[in-house]
Design a protein around this ligand. Structure first.
Ligand code: AMP
Length: 305
């Protein structure tokens, strides 16, 4: 595996891979890799000839007072994990490499409307940071396929739009959410949780499951199901920022069960740690609900592999 921090060197390697007609798979991450990240890398390895993983804690997607400085980092452990997973290039640039005009008049790629919905209400500027860094990374790497997690549902939806509207010649592959045995979605931020908070955090998935079952059983009172879920979560000392059922394209709230694609999604504060999760829901023309909850792993201690 080649560990590279310079854009020019990555480009040279990719040019070489292209000369040999290799298909390029790309997995963008912020590091502190867990089994969720590894599932994306495994899929890229299975489907592409040449796999690039980026590790970059992108400062522009963190707001004032957020966890940029304390975001967990362990580049040595991540390097071994990537090596063992058969990654060809680990791209680990410095902030100055990705933002060469830092502090001057920086590039901003933005969806003014979508970026303000759901998580955007609570993290102003977050998705602008995500779309800006992803347009830089996709330009540098020009992958054939880019693998990202459905766990970050709004991010996936916005990046699908970015790829479509910017004509990036890449397929964005949404991969299933990998969950702990008790259902908590794996996240680098789970590292922040105390043992008590870690137990309570499983309630997020439990409540997504309850509301999803209510949708599947045809209970049309979606508002009531969502309100009850919020009450149950708050009984567990969790602070709910949103718990919503939204259209997958507009991210607008939906309160009827009608054919289409939706996200049942939540953002919850567990102490000072912000956790997000979602199930994707397809309602067929016959009114049946097909729900994608992701995949549970069987080991309990997997916050960091
Ligand atoms: P991050 O390092 O948090 O920016 O995540 C990098 C990529 O891994 C994103 O595409 C995430 O959606 C994906 N990811 C994070 N957690 C999970 C998970 N539990 N299951 C599947 N993918 C995940």
């Amino acid at each position: 595996m080649n560990k590279i921090s310079q854009i020019e060197k990555v480009r040279d390697e990719i040019t070489q891979a292209r000369v040999h007609n290799k298909t390029i798979g790309f997995v963008p991450t912020m590091g502190f890799l867990h089994r969720g990240h590894l599932s994306l890398i495994e899929k890229a390895r299975a489907e592409c000839d040449f796999v690039i993983v980026s590790i970059f804690v992108n400062p522009t997607q963190f707001g004032e007072g957020e966890d940029l400085d304390r975001y967990p980092r362990d580049i040595d452990a991540d390097t071994s994990l990537c090596e063992n997973a058969g990654v060809d290039i680990l791209f680990h640039p410095a902030v100055e490499e990705m933002y060469p005009t830092h502090d001057a008049d920086n590039l901003l790629v933005s969806y003014p409307d979508l970026s303000k919905k759901l998580c955007g209400k609570f993290r102003p500027g977050h998705f602008d940071g995500v779309t800006t860094i992803m347009s830089k990374l996709l330009t540098i790497i020009s992958p054939d396929k880019c693998y990202m997690g459905k766990k970050d549902g709004q991010q996936l939806i916005i990046l699908n739009r970015l790829i479509h509207d910017s004509f990036f010649p890449v397929s964005l592959i949404g991969c299933p959410t990998i969950r702990e045995a008790d259902g908590l979605a794996l996240s680098s931020r789970n590292e922040y949780l105390t043992a008590d908070q870690r137990r309570e955090a499983a309630e997020i998935n439990n409540n997504l499951k309850i509301v999803a079952e209510s949708l599947s059983s045809g209970n049309g009172n979606i508002e009531e199901a969502l309100t009850q879920a919020i009450v149950r979560l708050e009984d567990h000392e969790l602070t709910v920022q949103y718990f919503d059922y939204v259209d997958i394209e507009t991210l607008e709230s939906v309160r009827t069960i009608s054919p289409g694609s939706y996200l049942l999604c939540a953002a919850v504060m567990c102490g000072t740690t912000r956790l997000i999760d979602n199930y994707s829901v397809i309602v067929t023309s016959q009114g049946a609900c097909e729900i994608d909850r992701g995949i549970k792993i069987q080991l309990s201690d997997s916050a960091h592999v």
